[in-house]
Design a protein around this ligand. Structure first.
Ligand SMILES: O=C(O)C(=O)C[C@]1(C(=O)O)C=C[C@@H](O)C=C1
Length: 307
């Protein structure tokens, strides 16, 4: 594990709790000291990469730190990551570490707190863990096994589809939370004194570390711009309705439907995917694109649920 912040620290703790042999490395002395105090084996980044020949290496560093790190990764290393954007990470791996074996990863869990102290072994329980494989092979199986050990379910897809989806459901919400928090605070002390559930829920992630949010949003610029345009179009229509034309109900109904689709439990059917057969990669991507997920792995057979 390289990077021992919220996500890296949680993967390290969860993997240890699942009975794996783990070690971590971080450039942050503060996170390293805290992890060592909890009994974790923390080494230098160089030592972690040196030990990496037999290990699955998880990179949990912010996107801007990846190129320098990737240049140091030995050829043949089995690598995954937890970065919230996938297209730029795949591009960086192809460019700076073309000889490594890489499966992109993104666990869909977090809190607005950061650093080793905010992590927990159970952070990923019940969460979606995206994988963006370029091949269906033993390395992909190892990455999926890690996610399943941490009690997440695996959603396989392509980097492009991932980036478009998370622009809508993660990066845009962070921007909207920032805007909403600023608008609310603009109402002064009375507005903040009255703030209750809706303001608190809608602005929670505005409490995240600003530089991490910026890196996340800028890392997915193109897809996020499209999501922002969609949001501005809807907000503009809502404003027009409110100011003059009527029809506000349409905007609110569309939101109500979107929320219902999120909270309603889809009917899921169980399927098996033989990962040793040609066509397994397409079958996995197809599963994920339709909202399905892998929930178990037995040898080279994935147990999956379609939605
Ligand atoms: O729950 C939170 O605090 C989060 O922000 C988690 C969240 C998100 O839901 O947008 C944020 C970034 C991660 O890459 C995945 C998930």
């Amino acid at each position: 594990m390289i990077g021992l912040g919220l996500i890296g620290g949680s993967v390290l703790r969860g993997a240890k709790a699942a009975g794996r042999t783990v070690w971590g490395a971080t450039a942050s002395k503060e996170d390293a000291d805290k992890a060592r105090a909890e009994g974790f084996d923390v080494v230098t980044v160089e030592e972690a990469l040196h030990r990496s020949a037999e290990a699955l290496v998880v990179l949990a560093v912010p996107l801007p730190a990846l190129p320098d790190l990737l240049r140091k990764v030995p050829a043949g290393t089995r690598l995954t990551d937890v970065t919230s954007v996938k297209g730029p990470v795949h591009d960086a791996v192809h460019r700076y570490a073309p000889e490594v074996r890489f499966v992109g990863g993104h666990p869909m869990a977090g809190t607005s707190r950061s650093g080793w102290g905010a992590g927990s072994a159970t952070l990923f329980e019940g969460a979606a863990w995206v994988v963006t494989p370029e091949e269906a092979d033993d390395h992909l199986n190892d990455v999926m096994r890690l996610a399943l050990d941490l009690k997440a379910h695996v959603v396989p897809t392509t980097p492009e589809e991932h980036d478009e989806a998370v622009a809508r459901i993660s990066h845009l919400p962070h921007l909207l939370a920032a805007v909403l928090a600023a608008v609310g605070a603009g109402g002064g002390p009375l507005a903040l004194a009255l703030a209750a559930g809706s303001f608190g829920d809608g602005t929670r992630v505005a409490g995240s570390r600003p530089e991490l949010v910026r890196a996340m949003c800028e890392g997915n610029r193109d897809a996020l711009l499209m999501a922002v345009d969609d949001a501005l179009g809807r907000l503009g229509a809502a404003r027009g309705s409110l100011a003059s034309t009527g029809g506000l109900q349409k905007t609110i109904d569309a939101g109500h439907e979107g929320r219902n689709a999120l909270v309603s439990q889809p009917q899921r059917s169980a399927v098996s995917i033989d990962l040793s057969k040609p066509g397994a990669l397409a079958a996995l991507r197809n599963l994920g694109s339709r909202g399905g997920r892998v929930v178990g792995l037995n040898g080279s057979t994935a147990t999956a649920e379609t939605s």
